[in-house]
Design a protein around this ligand. Structure first.
Ligand code: XMP
Length: 316
């Protein structure tokens, strides 16, 4: 019989036993696993935890503020780092998706190492590794899941941490239940997964501040709309994509030549295969109207009706 309150006590005791008076470093991605881990560690070791949230500029509208508002009042010693300029510089002119991922991974480690030295020394590195990650090292929480994307053993000697992974025996649903008891707001707790490279792989081709800004506004309209119409929880993941396609449109008496935005929503159990979500036409019509009215750089909205396979969930 699974009792979340009891599990929390056990996890807290386990962390205390493992780390003693040691200092713990945690990368926060803004997803449910690392956020919940932040809350658990704050309860277990208080100020001995330093949680680092790197804002790489590829986050959704208001995401950094949302994470700060969710975690700081609950006692998480959270450092947010504005690394937007360095990520943007490193990604300039890069259009290949795998290249984007590599650069973002590298810049993330670089920024994280810098903060580890700035606030360190630390004895432990905490990770929100779940049971499914243990049995099959795929998935996880993107950039914050350092081990699955980058070998922790590859960090420099003075950053050779011991790992703290209290969620190694847990499934996602269990983490969500723990999160609820620890007071994580539902907006973060029930959030769809979001890739580590963030909006960089949803802004097709070479990214720019301007394009990211357009994409953030489109994404915010779509995600807020799904929540407003009670459709969010029925989708496994929903996203907006900014395509490089410009096409002719008409606005009043004027011809426009603007970008096409794509919306995608899927249902899936494991993200290995997925079906496109059968969102109501009226909802899609409302989204399309809102997007073209509020985001002037967009004059055409399409909905992706492709399953995985053959398409992937992301467009890059
Ligand atoms: P695809 O697009 O391959 O995505 O169908 C499957 C799931 O993985 C996420 N995804 C990523 N997550 N780093 C991540 O942390 C990545 O580079 C990455 N690429 C895709 C995607 O959002 C979906 O949930």
């Amino acid at each position: 019989d699974w009792n979340a309150e009891h599990i929390i006590e056990e996890l807290v005791d386990g962390v205390r036993a493992q780390v003693g008076d040691g200092r713990v470093l945690l990368a926060i991605s803004g997803g449910v696993d690392s956020s919940t881990l932040g809350l658990l560690l704050a309860r277990a070791v208080g100020e001995k935890l330093t949680a680092v949230f790197i804002d790489h500029g590829l986050l959704r509208l208001g995401e950094r503020e949302q994470v700060e508002a969710a975690l700081r009042p609950l006692g998480v010693n959270l450092v947010t780092v504005d690394a937007r300029a360095e990520f943007m510089a490193a990604l300039e002119g890069v259009s290949d998706p795998e290249q984007k991922r590599k650069i973002i991974g590298r810049e993330f480690i670089r920024a994280f190492e810098r903060e580890a030295r700035e606030y360190g020394p630390f004895d432990f590195l905490a990770q929100g590794t779940l049971y499914p990650d243990v049995i099959e090292s795929a998935g996880g929480e993107g950039a914050a899941n350092i081990k699955s994307h980058h070998n922790v053993g590859g960090l420099p000697d003075d950053l050779a941490f011991k790992l703290v992974e209290p969620f190694r025996t847990l499934f996602k649903d269990e983490v969500r239940e723990i999160a609820r008891l620890l007071g994580l707001p539902d907006a973060v707790r029930m959030r769809h997964p979001f890739p580590g490279p963030g909006l960089a792989i949803r802004c097709l081709g070479a990214i720019s501040e301007e394009k990211l800004d357009i994409l953030k506004r489109v994404d915010d309209i779509f995600i807020s709309g799904l929540r407003e119409f009670g459709l969010y929880d029925g989708c496994s993941q929903a996203l907006a994509i900014l395509t490089p396609i410009q096409s002719v449109g008409v606005m009043g008496d004027e011809r426009t030549y603007s970008y096409t935005a794509a919306l995608r929503a899927v249902t899936t159990d494991d993200f290995m295969t997925a079906e496109w979500a059968r969102l109501p036409y009226d909802f899609l019509a409302t989204m399309s109207n809102r997007i073209v009215n509020q985001v002037h750089e967009i004059n055409r909205v399409v909905y992706d009706i492709t399953g995985k396979p053959p398409a992937t969930i992301e467009w890059e």
